[in-house]
Ligand binder design. Structure first.
Ligand code: SAH
Length: 413
């Protein structure tokens, strides 16, 4: 019988494992014995031979191994993996009461590195993005379908991430029926169409669920406070997530900006789905005026200023500006630019919801950048709350890299 393949660490490189951080970089490894294949189970041992973890081996990746477990007595087999999947699904059970779009598995946070599973109604959308999880794809799919009582699985793995793991391209129908062009979902009392085939990520920014709801609540509060319906600006609106939530909550006008014509087309459809007028359609039962602008948000913010527009609520939810540490200085300038522009358009007493989904830009740095923008805009602001991703995107304390989305709710004095 062959001995279990073993990854032996360099001296001192067990420190991150002692903190139960799940990644082992190639540079931490002294030697590998037993010729493990791509995704194979390995045991990770320190220089002194002490057991540290069970892990999946990724010979093509700089993250050379990802830990499954730190318990020497655990057996990492099909039943073990199925149990992890079942636990992750069960952890989200209550969310189904308020929404039909739920992240069921969030990689490392659920002890399943490289696996993302989002549920949109009757369709599961997967991303298999590490060699370890990919090696157990069928076991994972069986467990998912059983735990969710759902038989349709569509894959949206990122080809670049799979290539980095030396995995062949995946994508498309893995189980059951292909999804329709647009899958209808409900989030609290708002409905959206999701393009799971071509949309960003798996089709929808599920992580912003709570913050979209907050935007609706803010609109209601501003209505009550000012005795009039607020004017809302939503930059980087994608398919209208925040825009529709604000409009449904009673905004007078919602101006939405995105550079993607496809996203805006679905945003239009989402407005119709929620019986909201578009571009002043007076036959609509709702009084809100919606403007969808296909434009670069950096430029559009300047144009709106030149036009002397003012808003009571502004949402800034840009794409990831920094994918690594090297890009942080440039990203910081971009965040400052849009926040400065937005604060100049904000009425006194108005609210700004501003986000960064760059994991490389930490919460402290992001707050400093926005504070700098407020100084330059001569806008005194109160920090009403710090915002994060919804509960189905938990952060494992041992794996801070998982905490990517951070936001600030500011009120202009
Ligand atoms: N808030 C949205 C998600 C935003 S994702 C929601 O809740 O669904 C970021 C969006 O920014 C994408 O739709 C992308 O098309 C858009 N985008 C990227 N760069 C842009 C730019 N320079 N100007 C305007 N939009 C941009």
């Amino acid at each position: 019988m062959c001995a279990m393949p073993t990854v032996r660490l360099k001296p001192g490189k067990e420190r991150s494992l002692a903190r139960r951080h799940p990644w082992i970089y190639a540079s931490a490894i002294d030697r590998v014995s037993g010729s493990p294949g791509n995704g194979a189970l390995v045991q990770v041992r320190g220089e002194d031979g002490r057991f540290w973890a069970w892990a999946a081996y990724s010979p093509g990746s700089t993250i050379r191994a990802r830990c499954w477990s730190f318990e020497p007595s655990e057996r990492i087999d099909a039943d073990w993996l199925a149990a992890r999947v079942t636990t992750a699904v069960a952890r989200r059970r209550q969310l189904h009461e308020v929404t039909s779009a739920v992240r069921l598995v969030f990689g490392e946070a659920d002890g399943l590195p490289g696996l993302i599973v989002d549920r949109y109604g009757e369709y599961l959308v997967t991303q298999f993005q590490s060699a370890g999880i990919d090696a157990h794809r069928e076991v994972v799919l069986d467990a998912l379908c059983r735990a969710c009582a759902c038989e349709n699985v569509f894959d949206r793995s990122d080809p670049a991430l799979r290539e980095r793991e030396a995995l062949a391209a995946l994508g498309g129908v893995l189980r059951g029926a292909p999804p329709p062009k647009h899958v209808g979902i409900r989030e609290y009392d708002v409905r959206y169409w999701v393009d799971v085939r071509h949309g960003h990520k798996t089709g929808f920014y599920i992580d912003q669920r709570d913050n979209r709801r907050l935007a609706g609540e803010i609109v209601q509060r501003l209505c009550a406070r000012h005795g009039r319906a607020p004017r809302v600006l939503n930059c980087f609106c994608y398919t209208g997530g925040f825009s529709i939530a604000a409009a449904r909550a009673g905004a007078a006008t919602v101006t939405s900006v995105d550079s993607s014509a496809d996203a805006l087309e679905l945003a239009h459809a989402n407005a119709q789905l929620n019986a909201l007028a578009s571009d002043g359609d007076s036959s609509s039962p709702s009084a809100v005026h919606l403007d969808w602008l296909c434009a670069d948000a950096f430029e559009q913010l300047r144009i709106l200023r030149a036009e002397e527009r003012r808003y009571d609520l502004i949402v800034l939810d840009p794409p990831k500006f920094a994918t690594n540490q090297h890009q942080v200085p440039r990203a910081a300038r971009a965040y400052k630019d849009i926040n400065l522009s937005a604060l100049r358009l904000l009425e006194p007493g108005g609210m700004l919801l501003t986000f960064s989904c760059s994991a490389a830009v930490g919460a402290d740095l992001f707050q400093k950048i926005v504070a700098g923008a407020a100084v330059d805009a001569q806008a005194d602001c109160y920090l009403r709350a710090r915002l994060a991703a919804a509960a189905d995107h938990p952060t494992l304390l041992a794996h801070p890299e998982g905490e990517y989305l951070k936001g600030l709710w500011l009120e202009r004095a």
